[in-house]
Design a protein around this ligand. Structure first.
Ligand code: MSP
Length: 675
């Protein structure tokens, strides 16, 4: 740790750790971008910021996603974790720490916390202990990792609506019921423990209604962290995941009683930023887990709203996602960041649409700030030889006084501090308009025609450039790339990120500074063209042409063979694949697997059992009697404990890669070779 960071006040903030069962979408990027704006803002206010994100890599949904792709859970999370990290780099996210729940240090931290809780329990009578063992029977949603009901009767998940699965086993329980009063006391003492207000009220009512104990271990699942001293059990994925907020900064590491010096410095977290759907885990379970272990509680949990796409929560399982990478490639990183923070009133749900994204980009960024900065810099280049004019009086002129006014600056800073990002941006863009108007009214181009006006011209251009400098500082947390470019074009040294936003005052621009070349920071986008480019890149992500057929491996086409330099295979390679006509004799669904069907297929000289990932596209009864194409010499493999002996060929159609089975127009006997 640098010496200077020791003397600064610390600020530790976290995003939720994201499920690594699929790649991130704009909804997942939203929380990370918001936290990045806060992290940058806090640093510009002189804080030593630790900013943690990571990936949640355990649990049934990871296990099942891997099974469908016929790879191990570890391979799946390794692949997706990299996509998350690459995206955060692309979006300019200034995280200081990244935690994976499959890492060794995380497992150690989780086990340390369990042991510590059990140790504290020893001094208590059995009935008061936080952790105890008992029989569990209930319904559990594997997609949301949520206990849906504590009785065995069928029930649907309130979050995703799917039928929850029956769980019946011996579990370790956490005595949440014993924490009701302590939690209510916490909310009384710290009324802003949960933000916004209405969420605090929701949480309080939930706790007042009484709390049930929660099971925190699993016996049927293997993909998790073993329970210390009882490795038949793994830890419940939420107990495991929440601890990442501590393991990510060194809990359970080093020689200290609680963890590394880094943990001692940064814990407790100053802010857990989360989506509203996971508020109970953070505002009820998490503080109770920490109380039971005798650890300090986070300062604040802020639950924001959802980003909606076509009126529904953007989420992979609903299939209505937009991906950030194409937007960044077409419009730039700042465009997405600005749009999300300006468009959504933070805390509430907000709509995402490509149309409004491009409209806002053109209006506020290209025509707004981008145009203003190139105008000012071009005039300084043309009329002042690329040197900030020397002015006798560098006071803000009356028309721009608002920019320099402490009240205005404080208003913008307050909005940032209260996480009212769209309000902060509205205020900053008012300044953009003000400077624009100032230039239009002063008409520097007319003054430039008359030598007698040269002092006035200098004053006007100085004021415009200084206002632009201040606007760059104020907008930097949200649009770091463009403002850094403007900063450099204004001839300002170093990193804008190191400038103190809380000490910003008029007059920081030194007369005589050489300005750089004016380059467009936000080139105007042709709406249709930009939209089409984004759309086509999104299609490529949803349905990659090269490696992963969207129908999934159970129906995917030929296995990879040796590619030549231009990615072609030889005829000998192709001949290795034995394709045969198969006649479907029977077809049925597999309990607990929404995508898989179990088929019995006659391939002429034998009858095979084949599992195919086509259940969302085909009804079992419609398949009986159909002729299909089978990869007959594929090594058998197991899915859901069932053997699959061959693979069906299918095309992958449409945006969501619906499988369409290969078949024949002519009558053809089962077993015929397809060549
Ligand atoms: N792994 C858990 C969190 C464990 S934290 C100890 C989880 N992961 S998640 O990937 O499903 O969602 C993580 C977060 O992504 C949400 O809480 C939310 O912050 C963000 N979002 C995911 N979809 C979103 C939208 N459509 N809109 C806004 N935020 C969204 O839950």
């Amino acid at each position: 740790m640098a010496d200077s960071s020791d003397t600064k006040p610390k600020f530790y903030l976290t995003t939720p750790i994201y499920y690594a069962n699929s790649r991130p979408h704009v909804g997942s990027a939203y929380t990370t971008i918001v936290c990045d704006v806060i992290a940058r803002y806090k640093r510009m206010c002189g804080f030593d910021v630790a900013y943690l994100t990571g990936t949640d890599e355990h649990g049934v949904n990871i296990e099942r996603a891997a099974e469908q792709l016929q790879i191990t859970p570890q391979e799946l999370v390794d692949k997706n974790e990299k996509i998350f990290r690459d995206l955060w780099k692309l979006l300019g996210i200034t995280i200081t720490d990244f935690i994976r729940t499959t890492s060794e240090e995380h497992a150690r931290a989780v086990q340390t916390l369990v042991r510590r809780t059990i140790e504290r329990d020893r001094s208590l009578p059995p009935g008061e202990r936080a952790i105890y063992k008992a029989r569990y029977e209930g319904r559990y949603c594997i997609y949301d990792n949520l206990y849906v009901s504590d009785t065995p009767e069928p029930a649907d998940c309130p979050t995703c609506g799917r039928p929850a699965e029956l769980i019946s086993e011996d579990n370790y329980f956490f005595k949440l019921s014993a924490y009701q009063e302590k939690l209510l006391e916490l909310y009384r003492e710290k009324p802003d423990f949960v933000r916004p207000d209405f969420r605090m009220n929701e949480v309080r009512s939930f706790v007042e209604a009484g709390l049930k104990d929660v099971s925190i271990s699993r016996k049927t699942i293997k993909w998790g962290i073993p329970w210390p001293g009882d490795p038949e059990h793994v830890l419940y994925v939420w107990y495991d995941a929440l601890i990442s907020y501590m393991s990510g900064i060194g809990y359970g590491q080093g020689s200290g009683r609680e963890g590394s010096p880094k943990f001692t410095r940064y814990w407790p977290a100053d802010l857990h930023m989360i989506g509203k759907e996971i508020i109970r885990f953070h505002a009820v379970y998490w503080p109770a887990f920490l109380m039971a272990a005798g650890l300090r509680l986070p300062e604040k949990v802020f639950a924001h709203g959802w980003l909606l796409f076509e009126q529904e929560k953007m989420s992979k399982s609903r299939g209505n996602v937009a991906y950030p990478e194409p937007i960044v490639k077409v419009l730039g990183n700042d465009a997405l960041r600005y749009y999300l923070l300006r468009e959504v009133v933070f805390g509430q749900d907000g709509n995402f649409s490509r149309d409004s994204l491009i409209t806002r980009y053109n209006a506020d960024l290209a025509n707004g700030l981008g145009n203003l900065s190139s105008r000012i810099l071009t005039m300084i280049a043309s009329y002042c030889g690329s040197v900030v004019p020397n002015v006798a009086d560098s006071e803000a002129p009356s028309r721009l006084l608002e920019i320099a006014s402490e009240a205005r600056l404080q208003g913008i800073r307050n909005s940032y501090s209260k996480f009212e990002f769209s309000e902060a941006l509205i205020q900053v863009w008012k300044l953009v308009e003000l400077v624009d108007k100032y230039i239009v009214e002063e008409k520097p181009w007319t003054m430039a025609q008359s030598p007698a006006d040269s002092d006035r011209l200098g004053r006007v251009l100085y004021a415009a450039a200084e206002a632009l400098r201040m606007i760059s500082v104020l907008a930097h947390p949200v649009i770091p790339d463009a403002t850094q470019k403007i900063w450099a074009q204004l001839g300002q040294p170093g990193k804008l990120a190191e400038v103190r936003i809380d000490q910003l005052t008029w007059g920081g621009l030194k007369p005589g500074t050489r300005t750089g070349k004016s380059e467009a920071v936000f080139p105007r986008a042709d709406k249709q063209e930009a939209s089409e480019r984004i759309e086509s890149m999104e299609q490529e992500i949803r349905n990659p042409r090269s490696t992963e057929p969207a129908a999934g491996p159970a129906t995917s086409a030929v296995p990879a063979s040796t590619p030549t330099a231009d990615n072609k295979i030889s005829i000998e390679d192709f001949a290795k694949i034995e394709l045969r006509v198969g006649l479907v004799k029977s077809a049925e669904r597999i309990a607990g697997a929404d995508k898989l069907l179990k088929l019995v297929v006659d391939i002429g000289d034998e009858v095979r059992q084949v599992l195919a990932g086509i259940a969302l596209a085909y009804q079992p009864q419609d398949l009986i009697g159909r002729k299909v194409v089978i990869v007959a010499n594929l090594a058998p493999r197991k899915m859901r404990g069932l053997e699959s002996n061959g693979m069906l060929l299918a095309a992958s159609a449409g945006a969501d890669g619906q499988p369409v089975l290969c078949t024949f127009a002519e009558d053809i006997p089962a077993g015929a070779r397809v060549k």
